[in-house]
Design a protein around this ligand. Structure first.
Ligand SMILES: Nc1ncnc2c1ncn2[C@@H]1O[C@H](COP(=O)(O)OP(=O)(O)O)[C@@H](O)[C@H]1O
Ligand SMILES: [Mg+2]
Length: 270
């Protein structure tokens, strides 16, 4: 397998970017640090993280629990500000998806999706049409009137995916979105996500601690160190047609990623 590895210097030059200057990246983090104030003083969650995501690129971010992955996505989403450094998205619309689908239980699947459209000021009839189209995109035709408790875990995440798409985002930030699903359901959703991203030319930052999932989905996999999170390695994954989670290629990259993480965790005595 031709996995190209590129160790990224932990402290890149300010303003350094992997993307040529004539094509600005969709997402650019430059020397981003984030410290939280806690009862026991400051807690450094991210330490000078520099990374870029090109338009249309699918980047997986992996790292041990507590290394700052969610913090990083929150900063890109603009939900929080870095303590130092800059986060740039060039005015792109950003959509978020989490491990918990966080749907309104009293609203049907269709109404949950429509709510995101209403928030964007989409008129009533257009909301109906777009909702039907989104339900179709996530393969939930005919399930629009079901309420979340009537749907399986995988179906609920499909609704959450449709709702994220309803935000008409250019950049989708996914925080362990399939972490609570069984392997088979996850596998199916990987295929769906790949198809949807290709159809809509989405840029994706996908956080996971599942190395196989990262190897299956990413055009590139970025490995973070244990807390404070720093970029310690990047793996570009060339595409040769559709990938399968049980393929030799994915298994080989997953093994490399596991070694990286083990070494890192060993260094921190985890
Ligand atoms: N709002 C917060 N206040 C204080 N500490 C926080 C806050 N959010 C996260 N942390 C801490 O920052 C570190 C990174 O958290 P997080 O980004 O959630 O990690 P991950 O998503 O990789 O598991 C953890 O040690 C966590 O306890
Ligand atoms: Mg997290």
């Amino acid at each position: 397998m031709s996995v190209s590895t590129r160790a990224t210097p932990p402290a890149a030059e300010p303003g350094a970017s992997a993307v040529p200057a004539d094509k600005p990246p969709a997402v650019a983090l430059t020397e981003v640090s984030k410290a939280y104030r806690t009862g026991r003083g400051e807690l450094l969650a991210l330490d000078k993280v520099s990374m870029t995501i090109a338009d249309g690129e699918f980047v997986c971010i992996i790292g041990a629990s507590g290394c700052g992955k969610s913090t990083l996505l929150n900063l890109v989403a603009g939900l929080d500000r870095p303590t130092s450094g800059t986060v740039e998205t060039g005015g792109r619309r950003v959509g978020l998806m989490f491990q918990e689908p966080a749907l309104f239980p009293w609203l049907s699947a269709a109404r949950n999706i429509e709510l995101a459209l209403r928030a964007r000021g989409v008129p009533r009839q257009a909301r109906r049409d777009i909702t039907r189209e989104l339900l179709h995109a996530v393969r939930l035709d005919g399930f629009g009137d079901k309420r979340p408790h009537e749907l399986s875990g995988g179906m609920r995440q499909r609704v959450a995916m449709a709702r994220a798409l309803a935000q008409d985002a250019d950049v989708l930030l996914m925080d362990e979105p399939f972490g609570a699903l069984d392997a088979m359901t996850r596998d199916l959703l990987h295929d769906e996500l790949e198809r949807i991203c290709a159809e809509r030319m989405l840029t994706v930052a996908f956080v996971t601690h599942n190395v196989r999932e990262a190897a299956r989905l990413g055009d590139r996999v970025v490995v973070l160190s244990s807390r404070p999170g720093k970029v310690i390695a990047e793996f570009a994954v060339p595409r040769h047609g559709p990938r399968r989670i049980d393929s030799a290629e994915v298994a080989q990259l997953a093994a490399t990623l596991t070694d990286q993480l083990r070494e890192e965790m060993g260094r921190h005595g985890n």
